[in-house]
Design a protein around this ligand. Structure first.
Ligand code: F6R
Length: 361
C-alpha cells in the first residue's frame, strides 16, 4: 500500500519525520541528559574500556556509518572510522580486543556484512549491530546492538533507513559520550537538537515543489559532482549514490578540499556541482571551493543554511546543532534524485541491476 504516493521511494522519503520520532521514542533520559539503548549488552565499565570503534557496512549503510563514526568521535571522543564490510573482510584486518565493532545494515542480510561479523566473532571480537529488520541474520549474530526502527523499506533505494541509522548513531554517540567526557550541558544540547529533527524534516519536505523545479533545471547534466568536507562529505557521497542509483546519471563525490588535486579538471558548464555547505566553522572554506568552481564556469547547487552568493541555486535547510546537521542536509537531495529520475521516466522503486538485499558475494 503506497498510501497515496506513486512510488515507495516517495512514500518512504515522506515517512522520515515519523520514523525519526520512532527511533527517539522512549530512549531519552532527561534526568541525566543521556539516552538508553536497551539491547547494547555493554555496561558502563565495558563502554569505558572501548579504545576504538570500527563501523562496517555496504552502500548507503556504509555512508550512514561514516557519519556515525564522526558523531562518535565528536561526542564520545573515541577514535572511530567506517569501512566497507567487503574491503574489511578481504584484507585480513588486525582484530584488536579493545576495539568495538559495529555492523550496519538495513536488511540485516547483506552477505559481506554478515561474513565480516562472523569472522570477527570467530576471533573473539565484540560486535554490535545497527540494523533495521528485526530478527535478521546480522541482528541475531551480533552480541547486542540497536534497531533503527525505520519501519519496512520497500524501495530498493534506501532513504528513510539512512536517516534513521544516522539518528541511531547519534544516540549511540550520546550514550557513549555521557559515560565518558560529554558534559550534561552538551548532552542536553544534543537531546534538544534531536527533538527538533522531526519538525525540521517536515519543513524540508514541504519544499518539494522548489526541489522538483531545481531537479528539472539540472536534469540535462551528463555527470554531476558532489562535494562536502568533514561532516558534509558523507552527505555528498550518499547524495551522489542516490542520484546514480535512481536516475543513472553519473555522479561522483569528493571532499571539497581534494578538488584542486585533480577533479577540478572536470569542471565545466555541463558538469554541475552540488555543494554541501553547513553553517559551521568550515563555511569560509566551502565558500572558497565554490569560488574555484565558479571561476571555471561550473554551475553550483548548494545545500546550505542560508542562500549562498557563490551558488547558482541554494536549497536552504533548517539549522540544527553542528553535529546533527548532516542528518538534515541529505534529505532534500533524496527528493532531488527522486524528481530527476521521475522526469527521466526511470523505474524508481526497482532501478536496473539492483536488488534490495545483496545476499551473495
Ligand atoms: C542504496 C542501497 C544499497 C544498500 C546496500 C546495503 O540505496 O540500497 O547501497 O544500502 O546494499 O544494504 P543493507 O543496508 O541492507 O545491508
Amino acid at each position: 500500500d503506497m498510501g497515496g504516493h506513486d512510488t515507495y521511494m516517495h512514500k518512504e522519503i515522506f515517512e522520515q519525520a515519523d520514523a525519526v520520532d520512532r527511533v527517539l521514542r522512549g530512549r531519552i533520559d532527561d534526568r541525566f541528559s543521556t539516552v538508553h539503548l536497551g539491547g547494547l549488552n555493554l555496561d558502563a565499565r565495558e563502554a569505558r574500556g572501548v579504545r576504538r570503534i570500527k563501523i562496517l557496512g555496504c552502500g548507503t549503510s556504509y555512508h550512514a556509518g561514516q557519519i556515525g563514526a564522526q558523531l562518535i568521535e565528536e561526542l564520545a571522543r573515541i577514535p572511530a572510522d567506517a569501512e566497507p564490510a567487503s574491503e574489511f573482510r578481504y584484507r585480513n584486518p588486525v582484530v584488536d580486543p579493545d576495539t568495538l565493532y559495529v555492523a550496519v545494515s538495513q536488511s540485516g542480510e547483506t552477505y559481506d556484512v554478515l561474513a565480516a561479523v562472523q569472522e570477527l566473532k570467530r576471533k573473539g571480537a565484540r560486535v554490535l549491530g545497527v540494523v533495521n529488520v528485526v530478527g535478521s541474520a546480522i541482528a541475531r549474530e551480533a552480541d547486542g546492538g540497536t534497531y533503527v526502527h525505520a519501519g519496512p523499506e520497500v524501495c530498493v533505494v534506501s532513504t528513510k533507513c539512512f536517516t534513521n541509522t544516522v539518528v541511531a548513531f547519534a544516540l549511540l554517540a550520546l550514550h557513549l559520550g555521557r559515560i565518558r567526557d560529554l558534559s550534561v550541558a552538551d548532552g542536553k544540547r544534543i537531546i534538544d537538537g534531536l527533538r527538533r529533527l522531526p519538525e525540521q524534516i517536515s519543513e524540508i519536505l514541504a519544499g518539494e515543489d522548489e526541489i522538483k523545479r531545481l531537479a528539472a533545471e539540472y536534469a540535462d547534466a551528463k555527470s554531476m559532482m558532489f562535494i562536502g568536507r568533514v561532516r558534509g562529505y558523507p552527505v555528498a557521497r550518499e547524495a551522489s549514490l542516490k542520484l546514480k542509483e535512481v536516475s543513472y546519471i553519473h555522479a561522483e563525490a569528493y571532499p571539497a578540499s581534494e578538488l584542486k588535486h585533480g577533479p577540478l579538471a572536470l569542471i565545466e558548464p555541463a558538469m554541475p556541482t552540488v555543494a554541501i555547505v553547513p553553517d559551521d566553522d568550515l563555511l569560509e572554506k566551502n565558500r572558497a571551493a565554490m569560488e574555484e568552481i565558479k571561476a571555471r564556469s561550473g554551475r553550483i547547487l548548494a545545500v546550505a543554511h542560508q542562500a549562498q552568493e557563490k551558488a547558482d541555486h541554494t536549497i536552504v535547510v533548517p539549522k540544527n546543532e553542528n553535529e546533527l546537521d548532516p542528518i538534515l542536509m541529505g534529505i532534500p537531495l533524496q527528493l532531488f534524485a527522486y524528481h530527476t529520475a521521475l522526469a527521466m521516466g526511470r523505474d524508481i522503486d526497482k532501478p536496473r541491476n539492483l536488488a534490495k538485499s545483496v545476499t551473495v558475494e
